[in-house]
Design a protein around this ligand. Structure first.
Ligand SMILES: Nc1ncnc2c1ncn2[C@@H]1O[C@H](COP(=O)(O)OP(=O)(O)OP(=O)(O)O)[C@@H](O)[C@H]1O
Length: 292
């Protein structure tokens, strides 16, 4: 993807499998929204090949669009509508696209229950709180029972309870309805909880692609071991923490106290990757190895 003379996406190559939950991570301006807008058919790519549910999004028909759900970053404006009314109305557009296996649209009451909006069904949209409005955005995105769902920062503004309920909804969509989901988020904990696979985009390139465990194992590599011995505190970084601790006990036995082994978190991994990008340091080398 090129704007004027600036390339904002380069060599972005990936394939999402049916029913997979893929999280796209990356710093501000990395190209996440651009990537998903190209896949949604909202933005025309400058070059390259794209297939979404077997179709080039630039040529997508209404029938193709009915199989896709989109939750954008920005709010849509339907202030005077009431929640139930709007969802029931939008649902009618999907009815002609029911298939033998997927009945479209989602029943309005069931849908409101699924996203936690039942208590607000009769409210005008302009009176909803930020988090409630975001739940409605999610409901609008899934009202047509999409086979593929794009979520751009879906939980921005959610309180912890709403976030937890949303995570359960995503798991349900993926597990029970076999929905393929591509989401962007800045919440690494969320990405680790939700995604089967994490792709990190930086400077318009994919610099890592794998499960949260893969990334942590293959990139950060070093655990931190802390312990006390004879009243003194010790810290050691090691890639072989189990062997190190075994040796520690062999040597000092009961003298070892307050043992703590801290594995590299997804956040450590993410920061190592994003900071290492473009340098010749180890994180970049490791990131390239993961990306290949
Ligand atoms: N219409 C446009 N014209 C020119 N440049 C653009 C346009 N839209 C986006 N860009 C640039 O493309 C790059 C990628 O932007 P994009 O919005 O895809 O990033 P992002 O990863 O989604 O960022 P964020 O986390 O801030 O939402 C940025 O450098 C941005 O300035």
């Amino acid at each position: 993807m090129r704007y004027g003379t600036a390339d904002v996406l380069r060599d972005v190559t990936f394939r999402a499998r049916h029913g997979e939950v893929v999280a796209l991570l990356g710093p501000n301006g990395a190209g996440k929204t651009t990537t998903i807008e190209i896949l949604e058919g909202f933005r025309m790519r400058s070059a390259g090949r794209v297939r979404v549910l077997g179709t080039d999004p630039a040529l997508g028909t209404e029938a193709w669009r009915a199989r896709i759900g989109v939750v954008l970053q920005s709010w849509r404006d339907h202030g005077k509508w009431r929640v139930r009314e709007l969802l029931a109305h939008l649902g009618t557009y999907y009815a002609p696209y029911s298939t033998g296996t997927i009945r479209r649209p989602w029943d309005t009451d069931e849908l409101m229950a699924a996203v936690g909006l039942t208590a607000h069904a009769g409210k005008k949209i302009k009176t909803l709180s930020g988090g409630q409005r975001r739940r409605l955005d999610v409901a609008i995105g899934i009202v047509g029972r999409p086979e593929l769902l794009f979520l751009d920062e879906p939980t921005a503004g959610f309180d912890p309870e709403a976030r937890q309920e949303f995570h359960e909804l995503v798991h349900r969509l993926a597990d029970d309805h076999e929905t393929t989901i591509l989401l962007t988020t800045h919440d690494l904990h969320e990405a680790g909880r939700l995604a089967d696979r994490i792709m990190i985009l930086s400077g318009g390139r994919i610099i890592a692609d794998g499960s949260a465990d893969d990334l942590a194992r293959r990139i950060a590599g070093e655990d931190e071991v802390r312990w006390t011995c004879e009243g003194r505190h010790f810290v050691k970084s090691t890639a072989e923490s189990t062997a190190f601790v075994r040796e520690l006990f062999r040597e000092y036995g009961d003298g070892v106290g307050e043992l703590e082994v801290r594995r590299a978190s997804l956040e450590d991994t993410y920061l190592a990757l994003v900071r290492g990008q473009g340098e010749t340091g180890t994180a970049y080398g490791a990131a390239k190895a993961v990306a290949q």
